[in-house]
Design a protein around this ligand. Structure first.
Ligand SMILES: Cc1cc2nc3c(=O)[nH]c(=O)nc-3n(C[C@H](O)[C@H](O)[C@H](O)COP(=O)(O)O)c2cc1C
Length: 237
């Protein structure tokens, strides 16, 4: 009965529930709307550049991606050199995004998992949590034993999978910032590895992300989104 003293709006306003609920709802709808706005951009406006502030946000979103055990066994090469980008375009089915986008990111997986990768992760974890490294020895041994079960090819593939989660984060972040993207697998990893000298530093090119601003001439932006019905994607067992 006490609640009747207040109308619903007033009662909930006092504890800020409607404000939070409305804000969250708007943010969630904003996310979906931004995902609908996003499309794989075929033609970028080469004159428009991503600001350094936005670029830092995109980098943060990549760094915050979940990875198996948290090991983060990937690197992202940001290729700025115009000649290198021209060479990479030739190894990317001639796709213009490689040279016309504001930024070109090559997501690379580590081609191995070494004990020192695991040790350095646990060292960082111990430091940030404020514990002795020895507290994580058992956990480290467990990760080492599980990763040792994989063949070199399986290790590369496992590390490569992690980069796609980071790619997804970057694309979602970009959509939030109204920055256009096109992910690319239409390239030769062998040629990328050689052009960028990746093997020398224990890396392999996995997937590419071009980022920038759509050209008004890109007809793809007007195409409808082609997606299955949710019922065709989800099964409830
Ligand atoms: C891993 C991956 C690789 C892709 N490779 C290319 C590519 O090489 N070139 C291209 O133009 N689009 C590429 N795409 C874009 C897809 O074709 C596009 O995302 C898909 O058709 C759905 O369209 P939408 O993203 O515009 O909604 C790739 C997408 C993903 C996720």
């Amino acid at each position: 009965m006490v609640a009747n003293k207040y109308d619903k709006e007033e009662l909930t306003t006092r504890v800020h529930i409607p404000f939070i609920a409305k804000q969250n709802k708007n943010e969630i709808m904003g996310f979906i709307e931004n995902q609908k706005w996003r499309y794989a951009t075929k033609k970028f406006d080469a004159s428009k550049k991503i600001s350094s502030t936005d670029l830092e946000k995109i980098k943060e979103s990549i760094n915050l991606a979940a990875t198996s055990y948290g090991l983060q066994l990937f690197k992202v090469i940001i290729v700025e050199n115009p000649e290198t980008r021209e060479t990479l375009k030739q190894h990317s089915w001639g796709q213009s995004q490689i040279t016309e986008a504001s930024h070109l990111m090559v997501f690379c997986n580590f081609n191995s998992v070494k004990s020192e990768h695991i040790d350095s992760y646990l060292k960082l974890k111990a430091k940030l949590i404020g514990k002795e490294e020895s507290a994580f020895k058992g956990y480290g041994d467990f990760i080492k034993s599980k990763t040792a079960e994989m063949t070199p090819d399986q290790t590369s593939e496992w590390n490569a999978k992690q980069t796609y989660i980071a790619l997804g984060n970057a694309m979602a972040m970009c959509a939030e910032l109204k920055i256009d993207t096109c992910p690319l697998e239409g390239f030769s990893p062998v040629e990328y590895n050689s052009t960028l000298g990746l093997h020398k530093i224990g890396l392999e090119a996995t997937v590419v992300l071009t980022l920038g601003y759509r050209s008004v001439e890109d007809k793809t932006q007007h195409a409808p989104k082609i997606r299955k019905n949710l019922k065709d994607i989800f099964e409830v067992l």
